[in-house]
Write a protein that binds this ligand. Structure first.
Ligand SMILES: NC(=O)c1ccc[n+]([C@@H]2O[C@H](COP(=O)([O-])OP(=O)(O)OC[C@H]3O[C@@H](n4cnc5c(N)ncnc54)[C@H](O)[C@@H]3O)[C@@H](O)[C@H]2O)c1
Length: 334
């Protein structure tokens, strides 16, 4: 199969491109390089440009009429920035995506796999959420994802568009060959912060929020190895039509996580075990908007896609450590 990946120069997109290649498929990348590095599209079919550029999309499809499915990952993704710049987030994530979807339908390419997020979920009592759990997106970023989910559902109800919406939990790690991974110079997410503290690039790792109603007071997440996440896309594109037939819908939402909740303290302990050295840790109050968290009920992914995660948190941590040791070779910076 040939698969268009918007945002394919990004962290998850480049890893997914590799997983598709390993499964014998051909990714075609459309990315503006707004944030993704050029190094991640080397040796791939690549179009540099914007998802809302209808003429460019038409050229991509003219040149690759055998594209079967589009994985729409292109987005702005930085939560605090979305609070400061809501216009840019709604313009890029919502308005531009609408142009993309409409043009895909016009071009006769109706299958869309959409990257949504677990940050849509409201906090529930035991922290386990399934696809029908209540939603309460707490940032402009998360709200753009909810708006897109609604737009996809409405468009799939009245046009040829068909959508599988994957709600990702918390991807960490790299691909098995350490060719792509987190590329931010100063990663803000928890594992990147741990790696920096371990390597002495920060004085300590700060646990923000220790009074949450979880088993040890710290936030809970479902950390999924990015390679498992990437492989869920391979299955979803391969089974796209049969999955929608099985659920009897024109669009559907599927959680992609491991099904296990891990607290920040537990993640720190696992990290120290894998790294085989202590990491200095301090504690602080939660940051504004910090969510207690959630982990995925993954029954639907198993039943509809036949997909479950197979790699452990330890695997993901050693993969992330390997990537951070190697990434200068690929990115040109530490
Ligand atoms: N990383 C996470 O923890 C996480 C969690 C849940 C969902 N997601 C979603 O997964 C997707 C991929 O995330 P990521 O972590 O790989 O992010 P990323 O920033 O690494 O990748 C996004 C890519 O989209 C490109 N892009 C942005 N706007 C564009 C536009 N208008 N036209 C063309 N290209 C554009 C960027 O250049 C970048 O390469 C996003 O939609 C994100 O919201 C990510």
């Amino acid at each position: 199969m040939k698969v268009l990946i918007t945002g394919g120069a990004g962290y998850i997109g480049s890893t997914t491109a590799k997983a598709l290649e390993e499964a014998g498929h051909t990714p075609v990348i459309l990315d503006s390089l707004l944030s993704g590095p050029r190094a991640f599209v080397k040796n791939r079919i690549f179009y540099e440009g914007d998802i809302a550029d209808r003429a460019l999309l038409t050229r991509v499809i003219d040149e690759h009429p055998d594209i079967d499915c589009t994985i729409h990952m292109a987005a702005r993704i930085v939560v605090p920035e979305s609070v400061e710049q809501p216009y840019s987030y709604y313009r890029d994530n919502v308005a531009k995506s609408l142009e993309l979807f409409d043009q895909l339908v016009i071009l006769g390419k109706p299958r869309v796999l959409f990257s949504s997020s677990a940050s849509l979920y409201a906090t529930v009592e035991n922290f386990e959420v399934d696809e029908s759990s209540p939603l309460d997106p707490s940032s402009p970023y998360a709200r753009t994802k909810l708006v897109m989910e609604m737009a996809l559902r409405d468009m799939a109800a009245s046009t040829d568009l068909r959508a599988i919406i994957l709600r990702y939990f918390n991807p960490i790690g790299s691909d098995p060959n350490l060719e792509s991974g987190v590329y931010a110079r100063e990663p803000s997410h928890v594992l990147g912060q741990l790696v920096m503290a371990a390597q002495g690039l920060k004085d300590s790792f700060t646990i923000t929020g220790t009074d949450h109603p979880t088993r040890d007071g710290t936030g809970i997440r479902d950390y999924i190895h990015v390679w498992d996440l990437a492989r869920s896309h391979v299955v979803a594109v391969e089974k796209f039509d049969t999955a929608l037939e099985e659920v009897g819908e024109t669009s559907t939402v599927i959680n992609v996580g491991t099904g296990d909740g891990v607290t920040v303290r537990e993640l720190v302990e696992t990290f120290q075990r894998v790294y085989d050295a202590p990491v200095p840790v301090t504690e602080a109050a939660p940051r504004p908007g910090d969510a207690v968290g959630a982990f995925a009920n993954v029954d639907k992914a198993r039943d509809v896609l036949g997909w479950t995660s197979s790699l452990t948190t330890e695997d993901a941590i050693s993969s992330a450590l390997g990537w951070f040791r190697k990434r200068k070779q690929i990115l040109g910076y530490d």
